[in-house]
Design a protein around this ligand. Structure first.
Ligand code: AMP
Length: 188
């Protein structure tokens, strides 16, 4: 069966790092909506121009646009074996749309991994990442907004997936290898 995974967790929890390693090891596509949107901004595409300011403020791109992007992306050839979604869904509306897209093809999510990290650690991690990567939304003000957007709009997904019996919680504090081992163990 296709492995369809979702990574959930606040900004700075290490989703991107862990998702990339896991997707490579499982031989499934790693789909980071943040990376896709940043590439669109850098490339100056129509979508990029539309979303640039939203990204810079740390707010969410409208659901309709995100759902269209994901619908197109998960239909591509590299998703035949499965995929790992990193950064989508971020709202209940997106999660419901994903359920419908998959149900229409008789598919369903295999597991949802929630990476847990406390708020102080998050801010410290993101500020460090900002120094290293130069990401325009990795400043303290925008980070605090992104965490509050997560708490308000994305954290309701935890109980959404818990109710579906799909949620797997993983402690996100430790070395990259330690956390990856916990994820793999939890999925077994
Ligand atoms: P990320 O790299 O996942 O932290 O995403 C960076 C930014 O892209 C977010 O702060 C949002 O502005 C935007 N973004 C990424 N994924 C989504 C999504 N599923 N829904 C809405 N906005 C998103």
């Amino acid at each position: 069966m296709r492995k369809l995974l979702i990574f959930l967790g606040p900004p700075g929890a290490g989703k991107g790092t862990q998702a990339k390693i896991l997707a490579e090891n499982c031989d499934i596509a790693h789909i980071s909506t943040g990376d896709m949107l940043r590439a669109a901004v850098a490339g100056g595409t129509k979508i990029g121009q539309e979303v640039k300011e939203v990204l810079d403020r740390g707010e969410l791109v409208p659901d309709r646009l995100m759902i269209d992007i994901i619908k197109d992306r998960i239909g591509r050839d590299d998703c035949k074996q499965g995929f790992l979604l990193d950064g989508f869904p971020r709202t209940i509306q997106q999660a419901q749309a994903l359920q419908e897209l998959l149900a229409a093809e008789d598919q369903q999510i295999s597991d949802v991994i929630l990476l847990k990290v406390n708020e102080e650690q998050l801010i410290a991690r993101i500020l460090k990442r900002g120094e290293e990567s130069g990401r325009s939304d990795d400043t303290r003000e925008v980070i605090e907004n992104r965490i509050s957007v997560y708490n308000q709009q994305t954290s309701p997904l935890i109980s959404f997936y818990q109710d579906l019996g799909l949620l797997r919680e993983v402690d996100g504090i430790g070395t990259i290898a330690e956390i990856q081992d916990r994820i793999v163990e939890n999925l077994q």
